[in-house]
Design a protein around this ligand. Structure first.
Ligand code: ZN
Ligand code: MN
Length: 149
């Protein structure tokens, strides 16, 4: 589950999953998928929409939201919900993984350290739960925001 795949391979995987589940990949949906597969910044729906307006002037924000909902339903995008920020999306790694979040500018980064299997195992051993997901958010100030303090 923790394999790192290239953006193009992720795009292929998302398209394959939608087709398998009898969902059409329209040009607008394809464009949303492509942005998600190639973004490492965890864009919001608004970010994705803004990136696509040049090529798709008629695309509505609702189309972006509907595509995100479909991908989420298929397990092909990870949605990060926040109480004080808009939701952000990771299409590169659609499975649970830790994030480092800047409280200054909202930047979200995937640390290269991703091995939380041992922690999950300890949680299962201690509680008897079958752990199926986790969420680790680390908050702080990114280098840019530290420099402008
Ligand atoms: Zn920042
Ligand atoms: Mn991520």
């Amino acid at each position: 589950m923790n394999e790192n795949v290239s953006p193009d391979e992720r795009l292929r995987q998302m398209i394959a999953r939608l087709k398998e589940s009898d969902n059409r990949v329209t040009p607008q949906r394809y464009a949303v998928l492509k942005v998600l597969a190639h973004s490492f910044e965890h864009p919001s729906a608004e970010d994705i929409h803004a990136q696509l307006l040049d090529n798709f002037p008629t695309m509505s924000l609702a189309t972006v939201y509907k595509t995100l909902a479909l991908l989420k339903q298929q397990g092909e995008v990870l949605e990060l919900e926040f109480s004080d920020l808009c939701n952000r999306y990771d299409g590169n790694k659609p499975y649970p993984h830790p994030h480092v979040i800047c409280t200054g500018c909202g930047a979200i980064v995937d640390p290269s350290f991703q091995d939380f299997a041992e922690i999950s195992q300890k949680m299962m051993d201690e509680t008897g739960f079958k752990i199926v997901a986790h969420r680790f958010d680390f908050y702080g100030l990114c280098p840019d925001c530290q420099n402008s303090e």
